[in-house]
Design a protein around this ligand. Sequence first.
Ligand code: ADP
Length: 633
Amino acid sequence: MANTLEILAKYWRHTAFRPGQEEIINSVLAGKDTLALLPTGGGKSICFQVPALAQKGLCLVISPLIALMNDQVENLKQRGIKAMAITSAMNWHEIRIAFMNCINGEYKFLYISPERLHTEVFLKNLHDLKISMIAVDEAHCISQWGYDFRPSYLKIAELRDLLPKVPIIALTASATDKVIEDIQQRLEFVKPSVFKSTFARKNLHYIVQYEDDKIGRLFSICNKIEGTGIVYVRNRRKTVEIAEILKQYNIKADFYHAGLKADERQRKQADWINNKTRIIVSTNAFGMGIDKPDVRFVVHMDLPDSLEAYFQEAGRGGRDGNVSYAVLLFQQMDAENLLQSVEQSFPQFDEVKQSYQAIANYFQIAIGAGNGMSFDFNLEVICNNYKLKPVTMFNSIRFLEKEGYLSLQDNGYEQSKVMILFHKQDLYNFEIKHPKFEKVLKGLLRNYGGLFEEHVHINEFVLAKRLLISVPELEDQLRRLTKLEVIEYIPKSQLPKLIFTANRVDAKRLELSPENYKLLKKTAQERADSVIRYATDKNVCRNRLLLTYFDETTIEDCGNCDVCLKRKRDVHNVELHSLSTQILNVLHNHPHKLDDLVSLFYRFDKALVVESINELAEANEIKIDKNKMVKIK
Ligand code: ADP
C-alpha cells in the first residue's frame, strides 16, 4: 500500500493533511464504514480520493448532482488520475460504452448518479468493476431530516447486499445529530466510525445588520472591504439590478443565475475567479464546486432558506484562512417574505399533477415508460405551452423530485462530445466516397485521441478555428455525420436536464404522500424559523448560534461577530464611564499630570485612561493647564 502522504504530494502537491483528514483516511483504509463531517472547503474529496489511490480497485462515487460530478472528474483528470462519470444526462449508448471502458481501462474513480445504481447495465457490470470502496458524497441527501433529501439515495443501501465486503465512506458538510444517526442507519454501517471536525470558521466574521437601505450598505461594504466578494439575492431580477447599480459606481460587478446559458455562466464564473470581475451578484445557483481561496466577503441581501445553506454560502469566504466577512442584511419584511416563499414552495396536489402531466405530454412520454430518460428542459417554453405559472411548475418539480418521479439538474460544464462509430477501415472507405466530410473527420482524428473507443470532449470553437471553417459549418457537418451514423455528436446542452426517475404514470394516479408533504413542509418551516432566529437574535454570538444548530457542543464565543463586538463595546463603554467618574473625583481635589493619573489608575489600560481624559476634555469637564489636568468647576 502506498504511503498516503506521498499520494497527497504526488497528485495534489500538498505537504500535509488538514486536521481530521488523516484519521478519516486511516479509518477507510482499515476497512471501516466511515462518516466524515467536514465544513465546506474543509477538504472532503481528499478523504476518499487518497485512500482510493492507496489501494487496488475502483472507487465508486455516488453524487447527487451532475455538475458536481463533471467538475470532480475534470479535476481528477487534470491531476493525471483516470476518472469518469456516468450521469443521468447521458444516453444509453454513452453509458454502455462508458461501462465497457471502465471495466477494461483501469479507472480509479467512477462517479455515478444514484438513479443509475439499479439499472440493468450497472447491475450486470457491477462485479467486473472491481470496486474497492464506495464514497457517498453529500450524504445528507439520504435523510428526510436533511435539507436536501433525494429518494434515489435510499437505493444505495441495496449495494451493501451486493458488495458486502466493500466499505462505505459517507461525506457531508452539514449534519445535525439526527441526520448523522440517519445516515449511518440508512447506509447500514457495519463497523461505524464517525469523524466530525468543528464547523467553526475562526477567520470568518459573521455580521447581521438591520438595514433599511440595503443597497447603500452594500455599496459601503464594497468600498470598505478590499478584494473579491459574493452577493447573494433570492431572485434573478435582483441579480441584474444590483450588479447594474454597482457598475454605475465603478465597481466591477457582474450577475449570475441559473437562467443564463451554460457558456455565459462559465464565462462569468471564470472572469470572477480570474479577478476580472470583483463582485458577483447571484442567486444560490452560484458557488457549487467553486474553490476561490481569497473571497473577502459574502453578503446576503435576502434571507436564505436554511442555516445549512447560509453556512455553505457564507463559508465560501476566507478559504485562505485570512479574515473574511459574512454579512446578512436584514429588515423586518424579510422574515415575512421567507415564510411566504416556504408556503409558495408547496403547491397544491392538483397543481403538482397538472405540472407532471404537462411535462410528460411535452416530452411525449408514454404511460409505463420514461424511467432514466433525460431531456433539455426549458421552463418558460413548457409553461407558455401549457399556460402554467413558472413558480408553480418549478416547485411542483421540486416536490416530484422528493417523491422520486423527476429530477431537474444543471449539468455544469460538460463540453460537447464525439465518438466515432465506424471502424477505422470503414471510416477510410467512407472518406473516399464522401470527400466533403474528409476535412472534419481528419480534423477530429488529428486533434483528439480515443475517438474510436469512447465519447471524447471536443471544443467546436477551437476545432473550427484549426480547420479554418465557421462554427455553424462545423456543427452542421457533425450533425450530418451523426445522422449517417458515422459518428455520435452530442452537443453541449445550454439548458438544465430534466430526468425521469420513474416510469410515467397517469397523472391521476400519481402517488403523492400527504404525510411526506406535511413533513417536508414542516421541516422547511422549521428551517426558515431557524434562519429568522439567527437574523433577529441580538444576544447570542452568531458563531455559537450556528454551531449549536449543527449540534456542536464545545463552543466559545467568537469575539468577532456583531454580537460579540457590541458586547465588547458595551463593556468598554461601562469601563470608560466608570474611569471618567473616578478621574473627575481625583481632579476635584488636585490637578494631576497625565503620568500621575496613569500610575494612579494602573489597573486600567493606559489607552483607556487617555481616552477618558480626551472625552472629559471634549465634554468641557476638564482642561489642561501647564501639563496638568484641571477639573472645570
Ligand atoms: P470540500 O469538498 O470539503 O468543500 P474540497 O475537497 O473541494 O473541499 O477541498 C477544498 C480545497 O482545499 C481544495 O482546493 C483542496 O485542494 C484543498 N485541500 C484539501 N486538503 C488539503 C490539504 N491537506 N492541504 C492543502 N489544501 C488542501
